[in-house]
Design a binder for this molecule. Sequence first.
Ligand code: AMP
Length: 284
Amino acid sequence: MIETITSLAALRARITAWRREGLRVGFVPTMGNLHAGHYSLVQLAHQHADRVVSSVFVNPTQFGPNEDFTRYPRTPDADTSGLEAAGCDVLWLPEVEAMYPFGVELAAKVQVPGVSAVLEGACRPGHFDGVCTVVTRLFNQVLPDVAAFGRKDFQQLAVIRQMVADLHMPVQILAGEIVREADGLAMSSRNQYLSLEERATAPAIHRILMEMRASSLAGVPQAQVEAKADAALRSAGFEPDYAVLRRPDFSMPAPEAPGPQVALIAARLGRTRLIDNLEFDLPG
Ligand code: AMP
């Protein structure tokens, strides 16, 4: 049976008891409205830990003023049963007041320069500061040995890895593969904002990512690949924020330079903003 914990004192008691038994603790932070992508991270964490804690917390500090904080889907009952089925041991459900005891305005902030500033960071100012600020708090609450994050949020994973390395946080970061619907659409809590018509259009993002990979492998110059992807997104009905090829550290790939690359897209479809990416290797 999964145990739902809502007070920090109770969470600490549970974690301390596990530690006394010598058990390794895994952690999966989420914002709830869980799907198979989240549950795959619980399973991944379990491969590296004896007990797994998952948090559900819709973090106000990572949403911009005109973003979807208030309408973000909240489905606590389904999340609890889904986490239990996935093998999660504890559901950590903190209140905003417990997460930010001095209030959001006076909260100590964690900022990771550089990697936080580009792409998602440029489109969503302050977003990664909010993510780092809450993940630091969650790590201090749960004290995990390992924590699992999805490759779906490619840049978030890079920001978290840098934060953990830079601040010497004693936690190992695991990366989970992107879980997709049968038609290629990356699973996301935001997919349910889509109208039926938009839902039929949305898998174009994954198709265009695959075209970007194919063009890049065929030697098409980066600027052409990106321009073609942008045009394809617009003609499918999206308003792209970016459609780019980068190295995993977000530097520009040199022409035809071999090595790992990633195609990244963020695009709005109606009121819904979707992100996705595709990692690949350019052979030498
Ligand atoms: P969220 O609840 O959207 O904040 O996501 C919580 C965690 O689940 C993050 O580490 C995400 O990268 C991960 N995640 C979300 N969607 C997927 C997906 N389709 N496949 C794999 N991981 C995902």
